[in-house]
Design a protein around this ligand. Structure first.
Ligand SMILES: O=P(O)(O)OC[C@H]1O[C@H](O[C@H]2O[C@H](CO)[C@@H](O)[C@H](O)[C@H]2O)[C@H](O)[C@@H](O)[C@@H]1O
Length: 247
């Protein structure tokens, strides 16, 4: 796969995944770090792009703000179930948090019985983490399937050393399409960078829209272009190579 073309600030809208794209991985999700040189470059890019810069992540918006501030991009959190558009002051939730109550109870029991698994409660989604115990990948997947109980109002997704459940009806592709229908994105060509299976929804959508789809790292993808790793993303953004961003 080819390297992506240079960003054209007058024409493009830039969408960035967070973990595995802007920052490297760590055992503890709270331990990642966005190098200040990258954050400063993103602040400059946001201005050059007329505000058409969004981070589209599986993380919560409050969590993303902790890593990104003073950069305040448009944000889709929890795969679009949380949203803060260009004209929004506050985060909007696209679901009722009690939708996951029964699943939460079952997963709490799972991690009580197997403490090497971690449970991340994002309110709008629940995640079982097994990065510290890769041998528990199948155990985690099975526990999640059983906890979700075949409910068709929920979606179970596999990510990088995680398995996650959240209400059906939203993914990163839909989140991106919603932003593209609004200023300051409307009329621009989307550019999306992402590394994980959950990014494929957005990479697919960007190809349909005639945009620039960029897969970061290894793996099967719908993307047209490729960057090797987080350091290559930083260089492509014009922020040099200052480490991968894991603490
Ligand atoms: O959509 P993203 O921005 O890529 O977020 C996806 C998930 O990111 C976090 O988990 C991942 O990063 C952790 C820290 O490096 C790592 O420990 C974990 O194994 C990775 O899957 C976050 O904790 C999840 O909630 C996000 O869905």
């Amino acid at each position: 796969m080819r390297s992506p073309p240079a960003l054209d600030a007058g024409r493009h809208a830039l969408f960035l995944d967070f973990d595995g794209t802007l920052v490297g991985f760590a055992d503890d999700p709270a331990a990642v770090r966005l190098p200040s040189v990258v954050r400063d470059r993103l602040i400059a890019l946001q201005r050059e792009l007329g505000g058409a810069l969004a981070v589209v992540s599986g993380r919560r918006i409050a969590d993303l703000d902790r890593f990104l501030l003073p950069l305040k991009p448009v944000l889709a959190g929890v795969h679009g179930l949380e949203r803060r558009g260009a004209s929004d002051e506050a985060t909007r939730l696209l679901m009722t948090p009690d939708a996951l109550d029964a699943v939460r109870e079952r997963l709490q029991e799972t991690v009580r019985l197997e403490p090497r698994l971690g449970l991340e409660d994002k309110g709008t989604a629940l995640v079982l983490h097994y990065r510290r115990a890769p041998d528990l990948a199948e155990t985690a997947a099975r526990a999640m399937r059983e906890a979700a109980g075949g409910r068709d109002d929920l979606v179970v997704m596999v990510g990088n050393a995680i398995v996650e459940v959240h209400p059906a009806g939203m993914d990163k592709g839909r989140a991106l399409a919603d932003f593209m229908a609004e200023p300051p994105f409307r009329g621009r060509q989307p550019v999306y960078l992402g590394d994980d299976t959950t990014d494929e929804f957005a990479l697919d959508r960007v190809r349909e829209m005639g945009g620039v789809s960029v897969k970061v790292g290894p793996g099967v993808t719908a993307a047209e272009y490729h960057l090797a790793d987080v350091a290559a993303v930083h260089r492509w953004l014009g922020a040099g190579s200052q480490g991968e961003g894991a603490a």
